[in-house]
Write a protein that binds this ligand. Sequence first.
Ligand SMILES: C[S@@+](CC[C@H](N)C(=O)[O-])C[C@H]1O[C@@H](n2cnc3c(N)ncnc32)[C@H](O)[C@@H]1O
Length: 211
Amino acid sequence: MTIWHERWSANQIGFHRAVPHDLLTKHWAAIGSAPDAHVLVPLCGKSLDMHWLVEQGHSVTGVELVREAAQAFFQEMDVKPILETDGAISRYAFSKNVILQGDLFAVSPSMVSCDAWYDRAALVALPSSMRPEYVDQIHSLCTQGAVGLMITFAYPQEQMQGPPFSLPDDEVLSLFESRFDVELLDKIDLEDEKQRGLSTLTSSVYKLTRR
Ligand SMILES: C[S@@+](CC[C@H](N)C(=O)[O-])C[C@H]1O[C@@H](n2cnc3c(N)ncnc32)[C@H](O)[C@@H]1O
């Protein structure tokens, strides 16, 4: 059992939001994805951001490790998805929404190929040691020219145990710049989140383009 299975079964999902993320709705248009782009949402949880992306005209494929999270997404929509299993990955599908339930690192390009992606609380959920492999997966599951919107967190790592783990801007550059164009769209000081005992906490919003 992983920390994520424990969190979902104990309902410790403080990262889940009851409304679409304000930085998604503010910046999605700026990445210039095609209106009918197929959007990958890695480490998707049961995020309502996926509904919002479908409402914009996209088809969406989320990838989520924990079965309860994938099932809750469709239950809360009050729909019954079609379920197919392909080895370690279960595919839940309803209309333009698919969730591949399983380990992101076990998903192959034959299962999904996207022309846009959205990362909120995904790369920051992984420790630094796993991040290069995550970037490899985004590269292999997205087509050339694919555009991504990524929202990060950065704080002094010694002041809090992750997840979320700090992802400073210089680490974003070193992870992506050899294979992606990297553009910083916004950077916000998260004043009200400092009650967590952090001396600084910022969120950066990136447009990434897969070369
Ligand atoms: C911090 S949560 C963010 C969820 C979602 N992006 C949101 O904004 O609500 C991270 C999610 O990633 C899932 N996860 C962690 N490791 C994963 C992996 N290797 N493959 C797929 N999902 C994973 C966890 O179960 C959890 O639901």
